[in-house]
Design a protein. Structure first.
Length: 187
């Protein structure tokens, strides 16, 4: 029987975890069964590009938090990205988006803001939250280091990895002896 390198097997396990996470995001409950969730798994040079984009944003905004998180992202074995077509109306006319009706929301100009496109339907944003939560539940069950990052989503949007998404969240994954996402010494 061959001896399999542990680190190589850990990376394979992380990729399998990422795949199960996108399944969980896809099958998560959606309001009215209307699925506007988008998912992808990012590895290799595309993952490094996310970190580089985060560093660019840090420089543009003079905000070191982006650089700190970019350093963590560079060490990730995979990044799960989950977005939503949030500029689509659910059709409830609940007013949570700030408009009187879904017709008013639909007629409103949808344009890029600082990090995302808006305005967004609150129901679609809730669907995104449920999908992201379902995905990280799987990562947690499988003991993969993970954390939800807003900043990854902003960088991914600029890179146009999920070009139809108006709002995106990112979840870097790794298998380490100490979870890098909660390491107080790196901050």
């Amino acid at each position: 029987m061959p001896v399999l390198d542990g680190r190589q097997q850990e990376r394979q396990g992380i990729l399998e975890t990422a795949n199960l996470m996108v399944v969980a995001a896809r099958t998560a409950p959606k309001a009215g069964g209307k699925d506007d969730i988008l998912t992808a798994v990012v590895t290799g040079t595309e993952g490094e590009a996310i970190a580089v984009e985060m560093e660019k944003i840090a420089a543009e905004r003079g905000n070191a938090a982006w650089t700190r998180q970019a350093g963590i992202i560079k060490d990730a074995d995979a990044i799960v990205i989950i977005g939503v077509r949030g500029t689509k109306s659910y059709g409830l006319s609940c007013g949570a988006c700030g408009f009187e009706s879904c017709d008013d929301f639909t007629k409103a100009e949808k344009r890029p803001r600082q990090d995302f496109v808006g305005p967004n339907c609150t129901i679609k944003i809730l669907d995104l939250g449920i999908a992201v939560s379902s995905a990280v539940k799987i990562a947690s069950i499988l003991n993969a280091d993970n954390r939800i990052y807003y900043r990854i989503g902003a960088a991914v949007r600029r890179l146009r990895y999920l070009s139809e998404a108006s709002v995106i969240m990112g979840i870097p994954l790794s298998a380490t002896g100490k979870n890098p996402h909660f390491d107080r010494e790196r901050r």
